[in-house]
Design a protein around this ligand. Structure first.
Ligand SMILES: [Zn+2]
Length: 131
């Protein structure tokens, strides 16, 4: 499991128990707090932080991130990075419900070439949870 420091948003190396920059002890991360920080990190000015936040949200299946993830996809195309978009779509595949399914399906042509395949996989994943 890889962390983003909830205090200074430094991306930790795999296996780090403390933040190398500010010393924050990752043991102190309570799930709720950490989820909120990750959602905030989706709008962080640093590209790498945004990308890692989307990845971790998918790994941890943080459902509360749904609206923020969708907001990212609603941004103007030139403001979206194809790699972050890909991570966002993949995360939505992990947490998505019927609304997310419909949104991805209707907007799949607005996604980058990279994200389209991920979007198709995400749709299948979401669909498998419907029943
Ligand atoms: Zn830190």
């Amino acid at each position: 499991m890889r962390y983003i420091c909830p205090n200074c948003f430094k991306i930790a190396d795999i296996g780090d128990e403390k933040c190398q920059k500010c010393g924050y002890d990752f043991k102190n991360i309570t799930n709720d707090d950490y989820s909120k920080k990750l959602i905030t990190a989706l709008n962080h000015p640093d590209y790498n932080v945004q990308y890692m936040a989307a990845k971790i949200i998918g790994e941890l299946k943080i459902k509360e991130a749904k609206n923020t993830l969708i907001e990212y996809l609603k941004k103007d195309r030139k403001e979206r990075d194809p790699y972050i978009e890909q991570a966002v779509v993949a995360a939505l595949g992990e947490i998505g419900d019927k609304d997310v399914y419909n949104y991805i399906k209707e907007n799949i042509d607005n996604f980058s070439v990279l994200s389209k395949n991920i979007a198709l996989i995400a749709l299948e994943k979401i669909k498998s949870r419907f029943n």
